[in-house]
Design a protein around this ligand. Structure first.
Ligand SMILES: *[C@@H]1O[C@H](CO)[C@@H](O)[C@H](O)[C@H]1NC(C)=O
Length: 179
């Protein structure tokens, strides 16, 4: 085979691999309930997001959150947006830090632990910037365990609801995984 043709075929093979690697094979949608203030109406008896460090400096345009605030999180994950009516699918466990001096932007580091359905016992790890006021935030998925071992891909986060009086939020999460 002529050398040039061999080279061209080799390049095609590499391009093909890259395309395969980028394709996602699994789409998961679920909702994360971030309850800072517990109440009967929030559906949570105890707060699931607790500020463990109070940030050093007030944020401009944000009367509540401070640069440096750190929250420990053990948020329930459900199939639908209504915490009370919807089946549990797991927990989001980790932390978030208000990591910008100028915006309400987090560093979110959490493991999604699935406890029902096809992915029961599997986990997915996310580590990312989360600009909470943006309509859609893209977060990289950096790994997984069990049936989702070695998962890569990304998650799209949308704020389904937010209550400024309680600081409670429900997030819609779409994960596109390559497993
Ligand atoms: C998930 O897996 C655990 C451990 O195998 C099992 O005890 C539990 O019943 C499962 N949960 C569901 C909802 O299937």
């Amino acid at each position: 085979m002529p050398l040039l043709l061999q080279l061209a075929l080799a390049l095609l093979a590499v391009a093909g691999d890259a395309a395969t690697a980028a394709a996602t094979t699994t789409h998961l949608r679920f909702y994360m309930h971030d309850t800072v203030t517990a109440s009967a109406s929030s559906g949570q008896e105890a707060a699931t997001a607790v500020r463990v460090v109070k940030g050093a400096a007030a944020l401009p345009n944000d009367p509540v959150n401070r640069f440096g605030d750190v929250y420990a999180v053990d948020d329930p994950l459900t199939e639908g947006p209504d915490a009370a009516a919807s089946a549990a699918v797991g927990r989001a466990r980790g932390l978030y830090v208000f990591a910008s001096r100028t915006d309400s932007t987090l560093l979110l580091s959490a493991t999604m632990e699935f406890t029902s359905g096809r992915h029961n016992g599997s986990t997915v790890a996310g580590l990312a910037r989360d600009a909470i006021l943006d309509d859609v935030r893209e977060l990289p998925v950096v790994g997984g365990t069990g049936g989702l071992r070695g998962a890569t891909g990304y998650a799209l986060l949308r704020t389904h609801s937010f209550n400024p009086a309680t600081n409670n939020a429900v997030l819609q999460i779409d994960m596109y995984l390559n497993v």
